[in-house]
Design a protein around this ligand. Structure first.
Ligand code: HEM
Length: 445
């Protein structure tokens, strides 16, 4: 598809009279878009279970959003994701309130403020992804093994220093992947608190505890919301403009150097493209891995037999336990695609211009693919998790994420003598990227 399609304005109509919601869709569509429901796993699981059983490709018209097809079966998520020419990202890559979408168009004349990989289609997407793809391949990521393990050790040391009780999510899982991705980008440790705040404001922006402007929790004010996200992006821009200048003058062995000196069609990478690249790497590389690191630990603490398997053989178990943690938590809750032509799926006609919500948490609980999907099994194998997506946009950082999680699980479970929950866990209210917010733990080294 050409990039010009990215500029198509979304229709203003909320309901399409030619479409009708099924009973299952009418009962669940507001739930699957509501950030707070993602902080309540049993309610979310029940909504997706019903959709998979009764209307697996469901036409949804939730209040406040443009309509879409909810794709809830694992096979269908893969089918749509692998067809990157037919189902594109540029027009609508994620859920956003219709008022907010219209606000962005009115202000910027296009659907996005940035040009990140997830918002682009080929040919631009391919060219930009190609710049760093090699860097994130397994053989290259493996070279970071010692560096990543040394950071994992620092964070388990920190847990030991905290003296027997801590909040595993807030004290450990939140910071560890941040340090890894910042080291890969070449951002000094002293700038991490700012980076943490900025990435959380972008990804966790629906949770009142993580918002820049807390008043947005009560009122949905488009102007204020846009101003808030622009303020966050401006801070990122300022920071990475300096990084670009530095890496052009003094190249280093980091991803920022690859981005800053990247060439597209024989020309130096544009400023917006470079900024967007830093932002997607910083943001995508952090909250996702924090969520699944904590999510896996929480699942094991709630399932003593699985915790025992991990404690008995941390090295032998870490590979399968990590994939299961990423399936279980499903940190990225959705991405969207827009059909560039009519297509028939599950006997229904998807029309050109309609959008599709890829419901990863549902694909990861699909009874047709996973044995006993609602149980966490540290030794699940094979594990056809769909958490990293599929096709041309499949997660660039998945090998890094796996390495990071294996490193900290091996370090933690080979050193800790006992570990248990010390209070009620809680979850982030976000329909895009989220997982545990708090995991109080008690332990002995
Ligand atoms: C894309 C999940 C960690 C960088 C994606 C996508 C998903 C995802 C679902 C979209 C796939 C699609 O549309 O088919 C995850 C999960 C992670 C994780 C669950 C951790 C457990 C990371 C890390 C990085 C990263 C550590 C670090 C660089 C990216 C980038 C993209 C992406 C750059 C955009 C790729 C593209 O559009 O071509 N990720 N991710 N992710 N991820 Fe990750």
């Amino acid at each position: 598809m050409s990039d010009s399609a990215v500029l198509a304005v979304p229709p203003d109509t909320k309901k399409d009279p030619a479409r009708r919601m099924s009973e299952a869709a009418a009962a669940t569509c507001d739930q699957i878009v509501t950030p707070a429901v993602y902080a309540d796993p049993p309610t979310l699981d029940a909504a997706f279970k019903r959709l998979r059983a009764e209307d697996p490709l469901a036409w949804c018209e939730p209040e406040g959003f443009r309509p879409f097809w909810a794709v809830t079966k694992h096979a269908d998520i893969m089918d749509v994701s692998r067809q990157n020419q037919l189902f594109t990202n540029g027009q609508r890559e994620m859920l956003s309130y219709h008022e907010a979408e219209k606000g962005v168009y009115a202000k910027f004349g296009q659907p996005h403020l940035l040009k990140t990989l997830v918002q682009l289609d080929d040919p631009s997407h391919y060219k930009l992804r190609h710049l760093t793809q090699e860097w994130f391949m397994p053989q290259n990521v493996k070279k970071r093994d010692d560096a990543v393990r040394s950071i994992a050790k620092q964070y388990v040391d920190r847990m030991e220093d905290l003296g027997g009780e801590c909040d595993f999510q807030r004290d450990i899982a939140l910071y560890y992947p941040l340090r890894v991705i910042m080291q890969i980008l070449g951002v000094p440790e002293s700038d991490e608190p700012m980076m943490l705040k900025l990435t959380q404001e972008i990804f966790g922006a629906q949770d009142e505890d993580l918002m820049r402007d807390k008043s947005l929790a009560e009122e949905r004010d488009v102007e204020k919301g846009l101003a808030s996200i622009q303020a966050t992006l401006a801070e990122f821009f300022m920071y990475f403009t300096n990084i670009t200048a530095d890496r052009r003058a003094n190249p280093k062995d980091d991803v920022s150097t690859v981005i800053a000196n990247g060439m597209i069609d024989g020309e130096p990478i544009g400023q917006l493209e470079a900024m967007s690249y830093y932002i997607i790497t910083a943001a995508a590389g952090h909250d996702t891995t924090s969520a699944s690191t904590g999510g896996g630990v929480l699942a094991m603490l709630q399932s003593p037999s699985e915790l025992k398997k991990m404690m008995d053989d941390p090295k032998g178990m870490s590979r399968t336990a990590v994939d299961e943690a990423i399936r279980w938590t499903t940190p990225v809750k959705h991405f969207m695609r827009t059909a560039q032509d009519d297509y028939t799926l599950r006997g229904k006609n998807i029309l050109k211009g309609e959008s599709l919500l890829l419901c990863y948490p549902s694909g990861n609980r699909d009874e047709e693919v996973f044995d006993d999907p609602y149980s966490f099994k540290a030794d699940r194998s094979p594990n056809k998790l769909i958490s990293f997506g599929y096709g041309g946009h499949m997660c660039l950082g998945m090998h890094l994420a796996r390495l990071e999680m294996q490193a900290i699980y091996e370090e933690l479970f080979s050193r800790v003598k006992s570990i248990e929950l010390a209070g009620e866990p809680s979850f982030i209210k976000a329909n895009f990227v989220g997982g545990p917010k708090s995991i109080p733990v008690r332990y002995r080294f």
